[in-house]
Design a protein around this ligand. Sequence first.
Ligand code: OMP
Length: 273
Amino acid sequence: MNFIDKLNAAWKRNDSLLCVGLDPDTARFPAHLQGRPDGIVEFCKAIIDATADLACAFKPQIAYFAALGAEDQLEAICRYLRDNYPHIPLILDAKRGDIGATAHQYAREAFDRYGADTVTVNPYMGFDSVEPYMEWKDRGVIVLCRTSNAGGSDLQFLDVGGQPLYQHVARLVAEKWNRNGQCALVVGATFPEELAQVRAIVGDMPLLVPGIGAQGGDIEATVKSGRTAVGTGMMINSSRAIIYAQPQGDEDFAAAARRVAAETRDAINRYRG
Ligand SMILES: O=C(O)c1cc(=O)[nH]c(=O)n1[C@@H]1O[C@H](COP(=O)(O)O)[C@@H](O)[C@H]1O
């Protein structure tokens, strides 16, 4: 099954547009997992098991692993996801961008080494820096368009021929780059008006939408701006607000993550129409 079909099935199966972000910061781990050589794997497995029926995707962020030289733990987590939850898309968040020959190696890393269903890429170097990922026709390519951070406006809002650059990127991907129907775009939940603009440009193309939760994006505005006619179309990511949810009563960290993930999924579903 290709990435788009898998995503469509996951939206339906779990009645969810929630993507659970795996950004494992060991300093924020519960005491019993700190200092353990397999601490990241155990932390992420517990989060995955606690939220898998609530999520339409999981998104590990590679920097949290690479910074610690813990790529072996990222491999183990990706394997765990593929073996136990093969119906849930695995998004590798790497945001790579480089010349074609190097991009091909990054694509091998994402798709062959980690077995990701899809990967985030940076379009700044143009089509020949993104094309190598498209050789894996059953995988997805998620192109940065309108990022969730304030500084995204520094470049993405520059006027190019009467439209902001992020709209140009949306058109380019929708009309030219998406030859195999495998592309998606990143649009931040912190900018619902731009999200609506992008949705109007790209039709039903899936959007990865980070920025609810810790970054403060408004769920109602996000869903109303980005949903498709059938009330799907988005992987709405929340990382820190879920994986570091404060336990209540005698909950453990994974139960707290499940509680917040369920609340978030339900809040999203309220506005899907
Ligand atoms: O591509 C991404 O996932 C991404 C794009 C973007 O514009 N903004 C953004 O926050 N992200 C990622 O989404 C996650 C957001 O994490 P939280 O703010 O903790 O929910 C992080 O892994 C970011 O690297």
